[in-house]
Design a protein around this ligand. Structure first.
Ligand SMILES: [Zn+2]
Length: 346
């Protein structure tokens, strides 16, 4: 069986292993024939040796956390052969903490969770993989060409759920949402915003390429330039760039009783000048909320599957700007101009 592996902590050890072992039954009752994995910045960080952890007792990590496959067998009867599924990335910590104990492993408090293809658990970039039935999420058969978008969609489904949970602290009738960054997370966040009936604005650096039309075809408005120059104050901001200057500007820009959800992971060390007193004053006097959001639990994966099912399939297919066959795997992990989502076939 073929698999994409790296040696954690050692840069540029990415390779295609031809004789990887079949997934052991200990990895789960459901055996899945892989169709594809999506590639993201986390994969590139792992390849660069900055991140990633091999399963205990092994020196290699099989990559891949944005999965899609077809069930070969499930002896528990939960899933049927042929079902289109994605595997949930994070598994609860073994202690477990109070959140993992109730299935909210996305909110793990002790950091002892494991993650397929990232942290102490092999990923899905192999021809066959196994998961337990409660960690497989079924997709509508029509989503075969785009189902690997379920993982990034689960991340934005969680972000939107938490925005709404914050929103109901008081009377709340949001009208406008600003999404900063038109990568896969930003575009999917915009999709879920339009599905909620909001007036959605997306701001990105790109002045050409596929992003402006993708935003327009959602019925949303595309902007470039500075957040500070926008001529409206959004009720909701979903920040997907992680760029420090953008983060500071959206906290300042959001309207009264506004909610800013930060989803981008910044690198440390970049400093931007901030008038912390003015920023604090703006947040306090307007009852604003700024919060971070990462990962997703099963409830969010299920919501994401519903959201993809309601979306325009052709629009989702346009998010996938390159499909790379397995024998050219290395190219899937190299960024090209105008890439949005790159998918590696298995
Ligand atoms: Zn936990």
């Amino acid at each position: 069986m073929r698999a994409i592996t790296i040696t954690p902590g050692q840069p540029n050890t990415l390779r295609l292993v031809e004789d990887a072992p079949e997934p052991p039954e200990a990895e789960g009752a459901v055996l899945v024939h892989a169709i594809a994995v999506g590639v993201c910045g986390t994969d590139r960080e792992i390849i660069a040796g900055e991140y990633g952890e091999a399963p205990p007792g092994t020196g290699q990590l099989i990559l891949g956390h944005e999965s899609l496959g077809r069930v070969i067998e499930d002896p528990t009867g939960t899933l049927q052969p042929g079902d289109l599924v994605a595997g949930i990335v994070r598994l609860p910590d073994p202690v477990p903490c109070i959140n993992c104990a109730v299935g909210e492993w996305d909110m793990c408090r002790n950091g002892l969770y494991t993650e397929h293809g990232i942290k102490a658990r092999h990923g899905f970039a192999r021809e066959r993989w196994r998961v337990e039935p409660d960690l497989a999420v079924r997709l509508a058969p029509a989503l075969e060409s785009v189902g690997m978008l379920l993982e990034p969609t689960s991340v934005v489904a969680k972000a939107w759920e938490h925005i709404e949970r914050v929103g109901v602290r008081a009377r709340w009738e949001p009208e406008t949402a600003l999404v900063t960054g038109a990568g896969p997370i930003g575009l999917l966040a915009a999709l879920l915003g339009t599905q909620r009936g909001l007036e959605v604005h997306v701001l990105d650096r790109s002045v050409d390429g596929p992003k402006p039309a993708l935003v327009a075809d959602l019925g949303a408005t595309y902007h470039t330039g500075q957040v500070a120059d926008l001529d409206f104050e959004p009720d909701i901001v979903v920040e997907c760039t992680g760029a420090p200057s953008v983060v500071v500007q959206v906290i300042d820009k959001v309207g009264p009783t506004g909610i800013v959800c930060l989803t981008g992971v910044s690198s440390a060390g970049k400093q931007v000048g901030v008038d912390a007193g003015a920023l604090n004053r703006a947040v306090v006097l307007e009852n604003n909320v700024v919060f971070g959001s990462v990962n997703a639990n099963r409830r969010h994966w299920t919501a994401a599957a519903v959201a993809l099912g309601k979306a325009d399939l052709r629009w989702l297919e346009r998010l996938i700007t390159r499909r790379v066959p397995l024998d050219q795997y290395a190219d899937a992990y190299i960024r090209h101009d105008n890439d949005i989502k790159v998918v590696l076939g298995l």
